[in-house]
Ligand binder design. Structure first.
Ligand code: COA
Ligand code: ZN
Length: 302
């Protein structure tokens, strides 16, 4: 295993969308700047959703507007669950968007107020419109292993939805373990089911670390050949509409796993430490994956 892996850090979006403390636009931009300085090449910076549903993301346009000055050359994406979100994102200069389709009826209702059929059609039309506008696209398939409302989801159901997103023009399919309930065996089964129809180079996984399986699941995905991952600096994260969802797989844990496995990420733990320290100061609480705690202990003079 020597091929590099690509990490999209989702801390400014998945991380901040559920926090009691709302960061200022300037603080979000500083977080993104620190992530890029750490070597992160791809960041999900905001979501264009209803400010009533997620007030933490109300300044998405201002975040995009400020990006060029603080993080030139960064690959940045934004979440746009519907055409209205896409229109706002295009107006704000977005170059990559992500749609979010959940694999169950109830999760779509809770998250975006649509039934599964409507959510699928709206995701398709949003992808097509983005494609027509020359914008790169990702498609999340959320609750891809287990739904907090409906329980286990059959891999075939998830793969069928992913195939529809691919056919509608998604450049990347992101299988999301939204509540961090997957085991490595379940994730492997899903990736095996997806392999015949979803090209590996267009497959990403988005993991949460609710039960401490984040790194184990990342390893299962690596063994299955996946090289694209979402993670969040400091492990900040969680969906406000998915009960029990805890933080994302910490970027620093994934970086250390990759490094110790001979895979280059281009990201430094030192740099991530600075980004996480900033987020800790902003949010007023300690953050960080296990590897960051280890890194900090190692650095401290005895
Ligand atoms: N951005 C901003 N406003 C939006 C919007 C978007 N993407 N989509 C719809 N709206 C506005 C409409 O213009 C309308 O405004 P008005 O009341 O001032 O006329 C209002 O929201 C209701 O529109 P409607 O189409 O009926 O949407 P809804 O109430 O069914 O909500 C979503 C649908 C998707 C907008 C909403 O559920 C949402 O934002 N969910 C957040 C999902 C999320 O971020 N989850 C976490 C990450 S996965
Ligand atoms: Zn998530």
């Amino acid at each position: 295993m020597s091929q590099a892996i690509v990490i999209t850090d989702v801390s400014p979006r998945d991380g901040l969308q559920n926090q009691a403390v709302h960061l200022s636009t300037q603080a979000k931009l500083e977080l993104v700047r620190l992530l890029q300085a750490a070597g992160v090449a791809s960041v999900e910076v905001a979501s264009f959703v209803s400010p009533r549903a997620v007030p933490q993301m109300a300044d998405a346009a201002a975040v995009l507007a400020g990006l060029a000055a603080v993080a030139p050359g960064l690959r940045s994406s934004v979440l746009t669950p519907n055409l209205k979100g896409l229109e706002r994102a295009i107006e704000a200069g977005a170059r990559e968007i992500a749609v979010v389709l959940s694999a169950t009826e109830t999760m779509n209702q809770r998250n975006i107020n649509m039934d599964l059929a409507t959510a699928t059609a709206v995701s398709e039309e949003t992808l097509r419109a983005a494609l027509a506008a020359g914008i790169a696209t990702r498609a999340y398939i959320a609750v891809a292993v287990e739904c907090p409302f409906e329980g286990l989801v059959a891999p075939a159901t998830v793969v069928a939805l992913a195939e529809r997103m691919l056919a509608a023009g998604a450049s990347e399919i992101v299988f999301a373990d939204t509540i961090g309930a997957a085991s490595p065996a379940q994730l492997r089964a899903l990736l095996q089911a997806a392999a015949p129809s979803i090209p590996l180079e267009r497959t990403a996984v988005h993991l949460h670390d609710t039960r401490g399986f984040g790194v184990a699941n990342a390893w299962a995905a690596l063994e299955a050949g996946v090289r694209r991952f979402d993670a969040s600096a400091g492990g900040i994260g969680g969906c406000p509409f998915a009960p029990g969802a805890a933080g994302n797989l910490a970027t620093e844990d994934l970086v250390l796993l990759a490094r110790q496995s001979g895979l280059d990420t281009g990201i430094s733990l030192e740099g991530l430490d600075a980004a996480v320290a900033f987020a800790e100061q902003q949010l007023g609480r300690p953050l960080g994956g296990r590897s960051l705690a280890w890194h900090r202990r190692k650095r401290k003079p005895q």
